[in-house]
Design a protein around this ligand. Structure first.
Ligand code: NAI
Length: 345
């Protein structure tokens, strides 16, 4: 039996993981708390930890887990910016779920976009109050507008197809443009200057942190709609708020937020929200916030559980040869991934 300390458990996690775990000889220790330096001790006696986007897996946590004999960190998500993968190398195997339903995230981005530009969030509240006035609900056609997509990986490309379905012109920026993809790549500055809608689908790295800032917002079209379903820290939220207050930014749809860790995924109603920046953003009529919900479909939950369990089993049953491992053996994560099928350390 492989014992897994499952941090930050939510009600929607358990059914799919229990289904796969029970069939696959995995015993879970479901914990509601997030993984941090203070809670790492709860993993004592386990073989692996399973973590999500807002668990802290920094060097100090990794050292503690290593000391407790943890052999694997199984991320049940795609992004791994919260894990010090370099520090884990040689100590603990780290694996993620590279794709579980890119459609879920791209479709959520589309839902946010349509909600925002057609004021559906306003109309929904009005008609529930038998207010059938249309004043203030004027939207705009997506057809013929320019969508600028930053990051043309799995999710970005599906979102590009959705945008094309609406008859939008699509331009894109990617640090590693896909060859022969039929995507029109432009520089980041050109994308900022030409786009009516900007959607972020790149990972959070040192290069991309706060890529949407005062300077980049200054280059954008007046009335630009900014969508972020990727990672909160891609946007400098204070700069975004200023952009909204100055009417430069026409609307913002945020499924992620830089300081989301202690707020998102929790019921905070009835509490005073301490994050004034988030409270101010939410108070804006042209800002829509969802709490890191883009992944949350039946299909995605099923795929997340299946892949995570397979990652854990492959690590423990194949002497550390771990599917979907993230490591620095080759000095570059992508290169290492291509050379898989052998033990990373
Ligand atoms: P992916 O790895 O398939 O694509 C990422 C793309 O970003 C790649 O084409 C890569 O070349 C590009 N990229 C890397 N560095 C860049 C840079 N400096 N500038 C511009 N582009 C750069 O990843 P996928 O599956 O499409 O996911 C994208 C992001 O979506 C993830 O990093 C994750 O943070 C986020 N995500 C959010 C979810 C949610 O529930 N809100 C769920 C799943 C993923």
């Amino acid at each position: 039996m492989i014992k897994v300390a499952f941090f930050d458990t939510k009600a929607y996690d358990r059914p799919s993981f229990e289904q796969y775990g029970n069939n696959n000889k995995i015993e879970y220790k479901f914990l509601e708390t997030k993984l941090s330096e203070d809670t790492a001790e709860l993993a004592k006696g386990c073989d692996a930890v399973c973590v999500f986007v807002n668990d802290t897996v920094n060097a100090a946590v990794i050292d503690k887990l290593h000391e407790y004999g943890i052999k694997m960190i199984a991320l049940r998500c795609a992004g791994y910016n919260n894990v010090d993968v370099r520090h884990a190398f040689g100590k603990i195997h780290v694996a993620h779920v590279p794709a579980y339903s890119p459609y879920a995230v791209a479709e959520h981005a589309a839902a946010l976009l349509l909600t925002s530009v057609r004021r559906i969030h306003k109309a929904y509240n009005r008609t529930r109050d038998f207010n059938f006035s249309l004043n203030g609900l004027t939207g705009f056609d997506l057809h013929g507008k320019t969508a600028g997509i930053i990051g043309t990986g799995k999710i970005g490309r599906i979102f590009i197809d959705i945008c094309r379905g609406f008859g939008m012109n699509v331009i894109a920026y990617d640090a590693y443009p896909a060859k022969d993809s039929g995507i029109e790549y432009v520089s980041l500055d050109e994308l900022f200057e030409k786009s009516d809608i900007i959607s972020l689908h790149c990972p959070l790295t040192d290069d991309t942190r706060h890529m949407i800032n005062t300077d980049s917002i200054g280059k954008m079209k007046k009335g630009v709609v900014i969508l972020n379903t990727s990672r909160g820290a891609l946007i400098d939220a204070e700069a975004l708020l200023e952009g909204i207050k100055s009417r430069k930014v026409g609307a913002a749809c945020l499924d992620v937020y830089e300081e989301e860790a202690d707020i998102f995924f929790e019921d905070r109603s009835g509490h005073i929200l301490n994050d004034e920046l988030l409270a101010r953003l939410i108070s804006m009529p042209n800002v829509i916030v969802t709490s890191h919900q883009a992944f949350l479909t039946e299909e995605a939950l099923h795929n997340i559980a299946e892949t995570t369990v397979n990652n854990i089993r492959s690590c423990f049953e194949n002497d550390g040869i771990c599917d979907n491992e993230l490591c620095y053996r080759c000095g570059h994560i992508e290169k290492c991934k291509q050379e898989r099928k052998q033990r990373c350390f």
